[in-house]
Design a protein around this ligand. Structure first.
Ligand code: BG6
Length: 485
């Protein structure tokens, strides 16, 4: 699939971690797969490299290692490098933006400005772009975190909104670009099978987990001022929740999809600060062992304060106040240094109302859909079947769809899909301002309460987080998927 539109992709933060690990590798993959229009250009903007040669040297040294599990195609790599231009720019110098304007003036196609920088630079960069007229007919991509709370996120959105119209702004949440998330939409709205059951009458509870084995890596300083609620819940987990729970949209156009997601976010039952200990658990990892390797406590990671009260684990019980979902608990969970790296959505259906086949048909979890986002993208449907042999004994069986076995090619990383969407002007998988506001509004009581009192509960690295997260589910006669035997 060749794009029919040319582009000039301007990458601020061109020597940053995100550019190195995600953005440039994703652009390379799109290039290698012939998905970028031949004349399209990438203009990296940074301070560290002196000139284009210096920048290409950096790309060769740092980006190549993050490209493609199947190794680098040297021909594709060198033609990819030919697309790259470089502008050395000091954000504080107005004249440098004139230099940038001159550099992109003659370049082809739609202009995309990707701000792979800290959020404090979003507004200054947008203003500087506007000062040289570069906001016209352009698209701007904003990375998360977009602000620190509702107020700071509104301040950024207000200021950026004075320069770019909402339809020019692409707020990226890379979880929305993951193939299985797209597939959830296909599963729900492309089949007659699931939708009739996708409601309170047939669903008992839903779990959404994003568990990581990694710690804070080199980001201790950033993370210690952020925490898991801001880093993962306000964006990725609430976005996944809104896709699981949304009504069927009228079409897949960007506003139809985003309107439905927004309705879910606005219907989240507000959290009463007095109930927080019942519906929210926070944890912080201590030293432990992951896959046989000892790992240090969060509080001893570089950049982290030794008495830090920042949470590295969150578990929440969430309710949605509408006819479809009233009373159904949604359990959300995320954490660093957990026992496994897994992201999945578990839909637990209710048991049959009467069993003529013995009590096993009444067991919770007999019917369950597990959508695994990573690793190994699969959708697994659990149901009961008769055990071979005498008598009528039921046993749990499952039907599997493993995407990599079914579709042998065409798999795409989230960033690759999302960058192509920006180049093509498709906004459906980007977060609209009102969605973001609704998400911040909902998490704020928890942020405030946690900031005002107590500390996270400790958990050993390599476990599934504090015991309180299991106790929260036990109150609803259920447990996390991995706790079942
Ligand atoms: C990022 C968070 O948004 O998502 C990181 O800032 C986290 O802390 C990452 O590690 C997880 O993404 P993925 O795609 O590796 O699950």
């Amino acid at each position: 699939m060749q794009t029919d539109s040319s582009f000039t992709f301007v990458l601020f933060g061109g020597t940053g971690d995100l550019s190195m690990r995600k953005i440039l590798p994703a652009l390379y993959e799109a290039h290698r797969a012939g998905m970028l229009e031949a004349s399209g250009k990438i203009v990296a903007v940074a301070r560290h490299a002196e000139d284009r040669d210096g920048y290409l040297q950096w790309v060769n040294e740092h980006v190549k290692a993050h490209v493609s599990k199947n190794g680098v195609d040297e021909n594709a790599w060198s033609s990819f490098l030919e697309r790259i231009e470089y502008v050395k720019l000091d954000l504080g110098k107005a004249e440098d933006f004139v230099k940038l304007r001159d550099a992109v003036q003659e370049l082809p196609g739609t202009r995309v400005f990707y701000l792979a920088t800290g959020p404090s630079l979003f507004v200054p960069i947008c203003r500087a772009l506007a000062s040289v007229g570069l906001n016209e007919n352009a698209r701007i991509v904003l990375e998360k975190p977009l602000g620190y709370d509702l107020r700071s996120s509104n301040a950024i959105n207000d200021a950026v909104g004075e320069i770019f119209a909402e339809g020019q702004i692409y707020r990226i949440d890379h979880y929305l670009g993951k193939e299985p998330v797209q597939n959830l939409l296909a599963l729900r709205f492309g089949n007659a099978l699931f939708e009739p059951l996708w409601r309170r009458e047939w669903v008992e509870s839903i779990q959404i987990t994003i568990a990581e084995e990694l710690g804070v890596e080199a980001r201790g300083d950033f993370y210690d001022n952020t925490g898991a609620l801001r880093d993962m819940v306000q964006n990725h987990l609430l976005q996944l929740l809104s896709i699981v729970a949304m009504e069927p949209p009228h079409s897949m156009d960007s506003d139809s999809v985003r309107d439905e997601k927004l309705r879910v976010l606005r219907a989240l039952k507000p959290i009463d600060p007095r109930d927080i200990s019942k519906v929210a658990v926070r944890g912080q990892y201590h030293a432990g062992v992951i896959r046989g390797t000892s790992v240090p406590a969060y509080a001893t990671e570089p950049g982290v304060k030794t008495d830090s009260a920042t949470e590295t684990f969150v578990a929440l019980k969430v309710e949605i106040e509408n006819w479809r979902w009233a009373g159904v608990p949604f359990f959300l969970r995320t954490g660093k240094r957990l026992a496994d790296r897994v992201a999945e959505i578990v839909v637990n259906f209710r048991a049959v109302p009467h069993s003529a086949l013995g009590s096993s048909a009444l067991r919770p979890g007999a019917n369950r859909l597990v959508i695994r986002l990573q690793p190994n993208e699969t959708i697994r449907l659990y149901c009961l079947a008769k055990k071979p042999g005498e008598g009528m004994n039921l046993s749990s069986v499952h039907l599997d769809l493993a995407f990599d076995q079914f579709f042998k090619e065409g798999q795409m990383e989230a960033y690759q899909r999302l960058l192509l969407d920006v180049i093509h002007g498709r906004l459906a998988l980007f977060v609209r301002r009102d969605e973001q506001e609704a998400a911040w509004k909902w998490v704020e009581p928890i942020l405030n309460e946690w900031a005002a009192s107590g500390k996270p509960k400790p958990y050993a690295a390599g476990t599934w987080g504090p015991a309180a997260a299991s106790a929260m589910l036990a109150q609803h006669d259920t447990c996390w998927l991995e706790e079942e035997n």
